[in-house]
Design a protein around this ligand. Structure first.
Ligand code: ADP
Ligand code: MG
Length: 233
């Protein structure tokens, strides 16, 4: 707090590395990577399969710990946190969007969006109000009672986006959110994420190998073999 300049980055990765050890072989999936993300900006991570995108995103969102280096989110050192603090961070400050949507099949769209609200003990009436609002926001106000199997892939991803926003996170982590969608639907999902970044003031880091997001990203970072090859700040 004493130094206001340290508050301008919402998210910062410093000298971040992750080595996987499997039996006797080691894979350096992310190598000495530095990254800064400003509040309310959209950063796109590109790179072919195996370049380290998922490994990086998992560390940025507190799902995985780096081998070396650190991640600072909102001024807090994520890499120094114990598991209960990490769980709290993932519940309150980070929203995740995955390629496979990850909705609970027996729950309606509205109930899926309410799941993270239940985890922080939001009262029933407020949960309902907020899930309706979020589903409206993603253009699904007329699908609140549908179950995932009654929704198209694009609609399911919209529900997942609404769910990711439920607890008003500061950061959205999206790992190939268009990977299971046709290109036109994928584009609409990317456009929705970009619009939400600007309207809700949430920052987003999105991995994709779609060319479409390049125009609307505030920054594009190209990963190759665990290293930033272009777009570093
Ligand atoms: P991307 O998301 O860009 O496809 P990943 O981060 O999934 O890349 O993978 C980066 C590298 O790390 C790949 O070589 C992959 O095989 C390896 N890798 C990923 N996850 C694991 C794991 N759990 N154990 C061992 N190696 C892994
Ligand atoms: Mg991946």
């Amino acid at each position: 707090m004493s130094d206001m300049r340290t508050r301008t980055h919402l998210l910062e990765a410093r000298n971040l590395s992750r080595t996987y050890t499997t039996g006797s072989s080691e894979v350096e999936a992310v190598k000495a990577l530095d990254l800064q993300v400003e509040p309310g900006s959209l950063v796109v991570i590109r790179g072919r399969s195996g370049s380290g995108k998922t490994t990086l995103l998992n560390m940025l969102g507190g799902l995985d710990q780096p081998t070396t280096g650190k991640v600072l989110l909102d001024g807090e050192d994520v890499t120094a946190m114990n598991e209960p603090s990490l769980a709290e961070l993932r519940r309150s400050k980070v929203g995740f969007i995955f390629q496979a949507f990850g909705l609970i099949p027996i729950l309606t769209a509205a109930e899926n969006v309410e799941v993270p609200l239940r985890l922080v003990n939001t009262k029933a009436a407020e949960r309902r109000r907020r899930s309706r609002l979020l589903l409206d926001l993603v253009g699904l106000g007329d699908r609140v009672g549908h179950r995932p199997e009654e929704l198209s892939g694009g609609e399911q991803q919209r529900v997942a986006i609404a769910r990711a926003l439920a607890n008003e996170p500061r950061l959205l982590i999206a790992d190939e959110p268009t990977g299971q969608l046709d290109s036109r639907t994928g584009r609409s999902i990317v456009e929705l994420i970009a619009a939400l970044v600007h309207s809700e003031g949430v920052a987003a880091v999105m991995a994709t190998h779609d060319p479409a997001p390049l125009r609307i990203a505030d920054r594009v970072i190209e990963l190759s073999d665990g290293k930033v090859v272009s777009g570093s700040s």
